[in-house]
Write a protein that binds this ligand. Structure first.
Ligand code: ADP
Length: 453
């Protein structure tokens, strides 16, 4: 049984894991970079070890140092959080070979689903609908143009090793395709050290709807319903909600079954997410599986009452899931706003610096997952998310009203944040009516005066 966990991460997700462990009576070890000495995860864990310099490449991505810390502190398991090493099959393998439990899927599943073109192939064979596209990576431009024409424009060029919305380019004709193909390959090479790309039909104005999966090591796979993550900027999520205002009960049931099938095809174990694009007619297509806990997991927790981090730990312990699909009831609505240290009025430029005053909202139906506090200095080295505001209630209307109310109370001084932007979205009729697709943010920004932020 797991008695001590190393958290190979920082920020709010490190705190989230510490909280779950503490409630389960499990000891925690934080690892941190020299830039994170003041961080809450370092202060709140039972023990902490510095693993290197400020840059991720010198600390949070140094699997050798993380494993050494695990061995020195004698932990039984490592929770990777999201980002950093969470989807690194080699790291999971290293943990496995050092007899340290990796709280996540087996390295084999990470490898299979981490290569987006193998992932698509795997789920397609299991009968899961995928976006029409190339059979695998395409190297030559001549061949790529042929495939693009066959699929029919517009197409999207995507990095095989992609993530975080990077390495994706859209092309509307042969001319733009030739240019974007090279740009995508270069971007992918720079971002992921792997320039392989593949091509997909570009679905116009879809919704991004994903299903939360839980799978134990005894072969039971269930889903905990969906999250609608259509509010995105440059393919990066800003707001997520559960359930989706778009899905009918019938479509939800169908997609849930398919999501379970996709996870089964990967022999999946632990928590994971099956992502789909859904067009206006309700056609749905698998795009990828995330083999880790997601930033937006709290909305699922609030509508199901299930603590996903505790479930991850229980599954890693080899315990059986204690519920069946029919036990999962979703009778609430939850909305998450990602609070980023960015200036929405100035093209979302990062705004690191010292938070001179921090006051987080509270009250009925409000949850904050954040590592920020008054006096905290946000280092410039990592992503700009400083917290998540999750508001929930019996209906979507209540969750929306509560979100607006909580955002109005949320004070973060000294830096710029996305709080005013979220307030504007929570009072925007298109969003209120549940009509946001992935095209929403571009439209919203073009018609909203930036002095509102
Ligand atoms: P990443 O791994 O970089 O997050 P995803 O494959 O999950 O990339 O896609 C991220 C977002 O990009 C989707 O939510 C959607 O908005 C957009 N996208 C991806 N593929 C397509 C597609 N075929 N058609 C239209 N939009 C797409």
């Amino acid at each position: 049984m797991i008695q001590k966990v190393l958290i190979a991460n920082r920020g709010e997700i490190a705190l989230r894991v510490i909280r779950a462990c503490r409630e389960m009576g499990i000891k925690t070890l934080a690892v941190y970079s020299e830039a994170d000495v003041q961080s809450l995860h370092v202060q709140l864990a039972d023990e902490a070890i510095c693993i290197g310099g400020p840059k991720s490449a010198d600390s949070y991505l140094r699997s050798d140092r993380i494993i050494s810390a695990a061995e020195i502190a004698d932990v039984d398991a490592i929770h990777p959080g999201y980002g950093f090493l969470s989807e690194n099959a080699k790291f999971a393998e290293q943990c496995e070979s050092c007899n340290i439990k990796f709280i996540g899927p087996k390295s084999k599943s990470i490898r299979m689903m981490g290569d987006k073109s193998i992932a698509k192939d795997t789920v397609r064979k299991a009968g899961v609908p995928i976006v029409p596209g190339s059979d695998g990576p395409i190297e030559s431009e001549t061949e790529a143009v042929k495939v693009a024409r066959k699929i029919g424009y517009p197409v999207i060029i995507k990095a095989v090793a992609g993530g975080g919305g990077r390495g994706m380019r859209i092309a509307h004709n042969d001319v733009s395709f030739a240019k974007e193909f090279h740009v995508a390959r270069n971007e992918a090479e720079k971002a992921f050290g792997n320039g392989s790309v593949y091509i997909e039909k570009y679905i116009q104005n879809p919704r991004h709807i994903e299903f939360q999966i839980l799978a134990d090591s005894h072969g039971k796979v269930i889903h905990l319903g969906e999250r609608d993550c259509s509010v995105q900027r440059r393919h990066q999520k800003l707001i997520e909600e559960a359930p989706s205002p778009f899905l009918t009960a019938d479509l939800r049931k169908k997609m849930g079954k398919v999501a379970v099938k996709a996870a089964e095809a990967a022999s999946y174990e632990n928590a994971g997410t099956i992502e789909f694009l859904v067009d206006a007619k309700g056609n749905y297509y698998f795009i990828e599986m995330n083999t880790r806990v997601q930033v937006e997991h709290p909305v699922t927790e609030e509508v199901t009452g299930i603590d996903l981090i505790k479930q991850q730990i229980r599954i890693a312990n080899g315990e059986k899931l204690e519920f069946d699909q029919s036990d999962i009831k979703i009778e609430k609505h939850a909305i998450e706003c990602r609070i980023n240290a960015e200036d929405p009025a100035r093209n979302f430029t990062p705004s690191p610096g010292t938070i001179s005053l921090y006051y987080a909202p509270g009250g009925h139906g409000v949850r904050i997952d954040s590592h920020a506090y008054s006096g905290y200095t946000i280092p410039p080295y990592y992503d700009s998310m400083i917290g998540k505001l999750i508001c929930f209630g019996p209906t979507r209307k209540v969750a929306l009203q509560r979100s607006y109310r909580a955002l109005s109370e949320y004070l973060v001084r000294g830096i710029k944040t996305t709080i005013p932007l979220h307030k504007a979205i929570m009072s925007d009729p298109t969003f209120i009516e549940g009509k946001a697709t992935t095209a929403y943010m571009e439209d919203f920004m073009s018609r909203t005066p930036t002095d509102l932020f």
